[in-house]
Design a binder for this molecule. Structure first.
Ligand code: SF4
Ligand code: MG
Length: 314
């Protein structure tokens, strides 16, 4: 599968009171390929959202590169950023927050096309009908308003709007996390079908390991702004090597799945990203912590095809 988007050592620091800096995203290098889903997992606050906001140019990187089709877009601003944004679209956890409550669904989903001058008013309703059909909503949704619609219906509208411009990359940030499990399954099935039909590269950001593992071709595990492990999607349970990944699996999969027998819980809270210790970011919570872990930060190393781990045990 062809690489469409690639980050290299992408870093985002925020200034905090007292002259301190918060490193929300620390040298993240990941690739997204056409027709594949890259899942990114980690606890809330681990930097997943900051990472994807840089991809869709809602945040400016502090350093590092974002290559879209080989061109570094990290420094884009103004019109260049706006033009590029149509290739990389986003589906949010709460789609309605970005809809105008006074607009009808037909206008909401075709607004991106209007913004890019790609459609006349006359063509608009025709396109809206096609987009509704694509996300399996009846044509009569065209004239409805966002209120009185269910969470699942709103998310279908959000997906239709995100796909209106035929993006090459679709970023889903906790896009199904607020939905009931049965609705969640239907939205995931819809996203998977559309990805296959349109050969889209999908980034699926999610804190639910069981869900993200079920639909990802490759997975990246993030902890305090760092990618600590990447693994081929179907192999997570058997192949996980990083103590943090194993702990996540133990705490989540033991509830839902039989494939992982190990039951471990993650002790303690993550340290404040403001006061990160010099060594391994997981050292304070790791049951296998060694003296070297407190002083030297481990880097990602290849351990098998498609499998990388950042841990001094390996
Ligand atoms: Fe644990 Fe050390 Fe590995 Fe970090 S580097 S995960 S502290 S064993
Ligand atoms: Mg988030």
């Amino acid at each position: 599968h062809e690489i469409v988007l690639e980050t290299r050592e992408l870093t985002k620091c925020f200034h905090a009171p007292g002259g301190r800096t918060l490193k929300a995203c620390d040298s993240v290098s990941l690739t997204a390929r056409c027709g594949e889903t890259l899942g990114i997992v980690g606890e809330s606050g681990c930097g997943k959202s900051t990472f994807v906001k840089m991809l869709v140019q809602l945040e400016k990187p502090t350093s590092g590169a974002i290559y879209f089709r080989g061109k570094d877009i990290a420094g884009f601003s103004g019109e260049a950023a706006r033009q590029n944004r149509r290739h990389i679209q986003m589906v949010f956890q709460d789609p309605a927050a970005s809809f105008s409550p006074k607009m009808r669904v037909g206008d909401i989903i075709t607004e991106p096309l209007m913004n890019f001058g790609m459609i006349t008013r006359k063509q608009r309703m025709e396109k809206a009908a096609a987009l509704l059909e694509m996300v399996e909503l009846d044509a009569d949704f065209m004239s409805r308003y966002p209120h009185n619609m269910s969470g699942g219906q709103l998310q279908r509208v959000g997906i239709a709007r995100a796909l209106a411009l035929n993006p090459e990359v679709l970023v889903c940030d906790e896009a199904t996390s607020a939905l009931d499990v049965s609705i969640q399954k239907k939205i995931v099935a819809l996203l998977t079908r559309l990805q296959r039909e349109k050969n889209i590269a999908m980034l699926f950001i999610c804190h639910d390991m069981a869900l993200v593992q079920s639909l990802s071709h490759r997975l990246a595990v993030m902890y305090l702004g760092n990618i600590v492990e990447t693994v081929p999607g179907g192999q997570l349970c058997e192949a996980a090597m990083h103590p943090y990944t194993q702990a996540l699996l133990g705490s989540v999969f033991s509830l839902h799945m039989d494939c992982c027998q190990k039951i471990e819980t993650i002790d303690g809270d993550p340290p404040s990203p403001l006061d990160l210790p010099p060594g391994c970011p997981f050292a304070g919570r790791c049951q296998k912590c060694m003296p070297v872990c407190k002083t030297n930060k481990p880097v990602l190393k290849d351990v098998a095809p498609g499998h990388q781990v950042a841990c001094h045990l390996y």
